[in-house]
Write a protein that binds this ligand. Sequence first.
Ligand code: FAD
Length: 424
Amino acid sequence: MLKSTLDRIVRSHRNVTSSCSISISSISGVPKEKVDCVVIGAGVVGLAVARELALKGREVLVLDSAPTFGTSTSSRNSEVIHAGIYYPTHSLKAKFCVRGRYLLYKYCSEHNIPHKQIGKLIVATGSSEIPNLHNLMHRGIQNGVDGLVMMEGSEAMRMEPELACLKALLSPLSGIVDTHSLMLSLVGEAENHGTTFSYNTTVIGGHIQQNHLCLHVSGTKTLENWNRKFPLQPEMILIPKLVVNSAGLSAPALAKRFDGLRTEHIPPSRLARGCYFTLSNTTICPFRHLIYPLPEDGGLGVHVTLDLNGQVKFGPDVEWIDGVDDVSSFLNKFDYSVCTNRKELFYPEIRKYYPNLKDGSLEPGYAGIRPKLSGPRQSPVDFQIQGEDVHGITGLVNLFGIESPGLTSSMGIAEHVATRFFRG
Ligand SMILES: Cc1cc2nc3c(=O)[nH]c(=O)nc-3n(C[C@H](O)[C@H](O)[C@H](O)COP(=O)(O)OP(=O)(O)OC[C@H]3O[C@@H](n4cnc5c(N)ncnc54)[C@H](O)[C@@H]3O)c2cc1C
């Protein structure tokens, strides 16, 4: 019944309309359905959560506004398995990165997901950067990252003949993963344990009833056809015992549409686009390790990433961008364009550690957008995982600010959500 109703919603092309708030009185007559767990968002984090809940015997329904899984940030990143060096000690980012990295390598090995523990060199190219490199090593050790080695530049340059640096921090636990294969495997396992996936299905808001969140759901086509003149109506109301808002870039905007959730619990969100350029005119990969400069404001610096096919990409840079309205964000109408002119900024950054980079060798690649909770020149903000203890609504978990290292942390976050909030 539920699946067929959702399928009908998805197929329908009705022109329904919206405003920013949905009045509860206007939703009588809309089909309602009780369900066990709903995960909003089929990115790598939502998928990992869905799988974990399904393995624990829960009945899970995953809703995503897109036609398939992983079309947003989860397919627009560096695909790096981070060791856990950068993040403040005791932060959720440090905790879930270290735990998630362990779980991810184990999962990839056990499920034949293409991945490689190729290691990373974080490099200091000026003497003023050397104290920061030592600080990073110290922080990494405090976070429980094993195997870190501080190297003289000469030693690192023997390992990587194209590299130029004064000192380098070797992180042997860092690696790369084929994110699409990972997500495909998580979907398959979740489905095998009874999870239902409903794509082209958008959560447009919700209201609180008996201290539980009721979700307002609409077909994505309906939203795309919405003329914005009339209030948006849900086509179905789901009454779940448990809801995980894992809507990535849209998670805060969606939470603002949960009528009855106090806005003080919804952090201000900022967006930072990161563009990649690929290396053309060469068949030989200049590096064997991931090469990272020291972190910059808002990101980890324009680094060298290798994918599992040996393709080299540089990025992502940091460009603070304006948001879009909430409904556009649910439809992933963000600006992912890569401005070719930005390559002029990339050449000098890359040449600090790769001086032989030839003119004309950078080609525009792709862009991703970081769902940040702090803005330019502000201290980075940690992941926010809010359950009833924070906002008082039974069975609702909001995941806010799941930027890097969200891919690495996905299975750690999933384990936490399933054990901390969804016992029994
Ligand atoms: C440039 C860049 C580089 C990165 N590099 C790395 C890296 O190397 N290593 C690492 O560990 N992490 C990295 N990250 C971070 C990582 O990519 C993210 O943390 C992770 O992909 C987030 O996954 P998610 O499932 O939370 O969100 P998403 O992948 O964004 O998924 C959210 C899903 O929610 C759906 N959705 C949105 N609104 C609604 C709605 N209203 N109703 C229904 N569905 C909805 C969307 O369609 C989407 O599928 C990087 C991020 C960026 C931007």
